[in-house]
Structures are given as structure tokens and as C-alpha cells.
Design a binder for this molecule. Structure first.
Ligand SMILES: [Zn+2]
Length: 245
């Protein structure tokens, strides 16, 4: 058995979902689609890990999916030239790129649709990427229950792909697998028998070798530390070389 949260486990999951359902892009699914598995990756802390997973999906699994990035995350900068380059790489691999919407600057939830439209427009201006899709970051129950439909945009939480639930019921019309918090709290996709599925992963949770929650965050912090040192060193000649080690 591959280690949990390793790339080999991810490969097994994809093969199992291909055997039990049909992997499709969100844009190919409508109310009449009887069998689908839509796959999205919400990018929380590491554009680098999202980029790595996107390459693995395309080159090893011949799979394309959706990568959704935050504008308001304090752990990465979506506007940096390096990150914009990585997002364009992901697009060039054939994946879709979109917005993972943070509710932080939303003052009044009755304004949610306007907020989504503004954030999508800003995302497009800042990245140069035209997108047709978004997902919510840590959404409220009321936002989920409204299944907002917006012309020209795919809401990954619209009722074609998702059914709101409070505790995890059996027999939802669409089965929802998510690795949030490094746990498959609504069931493991390797046990899937459903035909209508949404799979959500968070690329920061996935590594080649597969790490437990503690080791994963520990490794992630080291990666970010190395990147921060390189980034500062690239901008200023006085950065002490001994700190680069
Ligand atoms: Zn999120």
C-alpha cells in the first residue's frame, strides 16, 4: 500500500475513480449527466506544491483538472512574476486555473455575488489569466446553501456538483470527497462506489513520499524558508551567504 498523501496514493485514487466513474471537467457536466467525477485543487499555502502536482497529473496520469488560487492568502503572492509563471505553466499543461475565493474582505454576505464578480475581475487583471471558475475558501453554511449561479462562471459549489450537508449523510446525489485538514473526513475515495463525485484536494497535503500531518507541515515550513531566503537574496546583494545554507 502506498503511503497516505503520497503521489502513488494519488495515482491509485485516480485509477479507482476512473474505474468507478468518469472523470470530466466541470464545464462538461450538466443536470442530465449521470456519471461524472470533477476534480479540483484548492491552493492554500504553496504554489510550488500545486505546480508539482499539476505536472504529475499531466505527465504521469494524463489527467487535467482545476487549480484554484487565492488572492487573499498571506502565505503566497499570486502577483509575483514567479507565481504567475507557475500558473501559466499549469494552464499550458491543459489544466484550468481559477479563483479560490476568500471571504475575508466581504462585509455583508448579501453582497456575495458582487464580491465574487469583483474578485474574479481582480484575479484576471493581476494574473493575466481569464478564468471561468471559482470555489469558496472556508465558506459559511448560508453561502453553500444558496448554490449561487453566475452567468459565465462555474461555481464549484453549485448544486450540479455539490449538495450541502451538516453531518455526513449516506446517499447524497453527489458524493463529496475532501482531504481538508489532511483527513478524508467524508470517506476515502479509494472506497468509492458512487457515480457522481466531486474530489477536492489541497496540494500542500501531497508529497512524493507521503507525510503525516506533523511531518508535512514541518517540511512545508522548510520549503517556504528556503524560498524566502532565495527570494531575499535575489533582491539584495547584502544578504549573508551563510544564511543561504
Ligand atoms: Zn480553502
Amino acid at each position: 500500500m502506498p503511503s497516505p498523501f503520497s503521489y502513488s496514493e494519488y495515482e491509485q485514487i485516480i485509477h479507482h475513480l476512473q474505474a468507478t466513474s468518469t472523470i470530466l471537467d466541470y464545464s462538461k457536466v450538466n443536470q442530465d449527466t449521470n456519471e461524472f467525477c470533477v476534480i479540483r485543487h484548492d491552493v492554500e499555502f504553496s504554489v510550488e506544491r500545486a505546480h508539482d502536482l499539476a505536472i504529475f497529473e499531466k505527465h504521469q496520469l494524463n489527467l487535467t483538472s482545476s487549480y484554484l488560487f487565492q488572492l487573499r492568502n498571506n502565505c503566497y503572492n499570486i502577483c509575483s512574476d514567479i507565481n504567475i509563471g507557475k500558473m501559466h505553466d499549469i494552464l499550458a499543461l491543459g489544466h484550468s486555473v481559477g479563483l479560490h475565493l476568500h471571504f475575508g474582505l466581504l462585509e455583508d454576505e448579501s453582497q456575495l455575488i458582487d464580491y465574487i464578480l469583483q474578485e474574479v475581475e481582480l484575479f484576471q487583471k493581476l494574473t493575466g489569466i481569464k478564468t471561468d471558475r471559482f470555489s469558496y475558501h472556508r465558506p459559511t453554511a448560508s453561502a453553500l446553501k444558496q448554490y449561487h449561479q453566475i452567468e459565465g462562471l462555474i461555481n464549484c459549489y453549485s448544486d450540479i456538483y455539490f449538495n450541502y450537508f451538516e453531518s455526513c449523510p449516506e446517499n447524497l446525489p453527489v458524493k463529496y470527497y475532501t482531504d481538508s485538514r489532511h483527513i478524508w473526513q467524508h470517506g476515502h475515495p479509494l472506497t468509492n462506489t458512487d457515480k457522481k463525485i466531486q474530489l477536492l484536494t489541497h496540494p500542500y497535503s501531497w508529497t512524493q513520499e507521503g507525510l503525516n500531518n506533523f511531518d508535512n507541515f514541518s517540511e512545508l515550513l522548510q520549503e517556504k524558508h528556503r524560498l524566502m531566503k532565495q527570494s531575499i537574496n535575489n533582491e539584495i546583494s547584502t544578504f549573508p551567504v551563510q544564511l543561504l545554507r
